[in-house]
Design a protein around this ligand. Structure first.
Ligand code: SF4
Length: 216
């Protein structure tokens, strides 16, 4: 939380907004991101096919947590939410290829420090924007779902009506909301490589973790 909390202004002047976006971009780098860009919300790419891929082939995390389909926001809801924002900060981290490849990727003992780091970065950016007077700032992580990252061996507490075990540390993922992260990354100028079940660590130079915080 910042030392000073600004008075809320629903009509933030354009020059202040631009300064704030640059501040959050730099903050993302300070928090450990490899790159971050201010992105007009109109450039968030939404595609029904992203959600279709949750069921074909069937993702092992479908119906297992609060944020993954069929729970969480539907594509039309995401679209309306995204359209209500003007800007976002799109964040990227490169992670060692071995973190995202190999048959043991879904083994809970296979650790995902890069994904945990991205969840932390977008949660901290969301918090910074909130206290700066953007109370509706909203974060998405780009990595595997929260169940895989935070609760791989436990049932989702949220689905039992007991609230998420990790509270504000956890955000929905971009793909669970129907965002086409591959296209967004490529358009941001970041090299991204498809990584699937058969991919081995020597076939790609790195994996990408991404995240998005919509602001204003
Ligand atoms: S309890 Fe675990 S699986 Fe459920 S929403 Fe929270 S982090 Fe995700």
């Amino acid at each position: 939380m910042p030392e000073e909390i600004r008075e809320f202004n629903p009509d933030v002047p354009e020059e202040i907004l631009k300064e704030d976006l640059e501040k959050y971009r730099k903050l993302a780098l300070e928090f450990g991101a490899d790159d971050a860009v201010a992105l007009p919300a109109s450039e968030v790419v939404l595609d029904e096919r992203v959600l279709a891929r949750c069921v074909s082939p069937m993702c092992p995390y479908f119906r297992t947590n609060l944020h993954c389909p069929p729970y969480g926001m539907k594509l039309d809801e995401t679209r309306r939410v995204v359209e209500a924002f003007r800007w976002g900060i799109f964040v990227m981290n490169k992670v060692p290829a071995g973190e995202q490849t190999g048959k043991d990727y879904y083994d809970p003992t296979h650790r995902l420090p890069g994904a945990v780091k991205m969840y932390k970065i977008v949660a901290k950016l969301q918090s910074a924007a909130f206290y700066d007077g953007y109370p509706l700032a909203m974060a998405w992580s780009g990595g595997p779902c929260c169940k895989r990252v935070f609760c791989p061996t436990k049932e989702c507490q949220g689905l039992k009506g007991e609230g998420c075990r990790f509270g504000h540390k956890v955000t929905p993922t971009m793909h669970s909301a129907g965002m086409d992260v591959f296209t967004m990354a490529a358009r941001a100028g970041w090299k991204i490589y498809p990584i699937g079940w058969e991919t081995t660590a020597d076939q790609v130079p790195y994996g990408l973790e991404m995240g998005l915080v919509l602001i204003d």
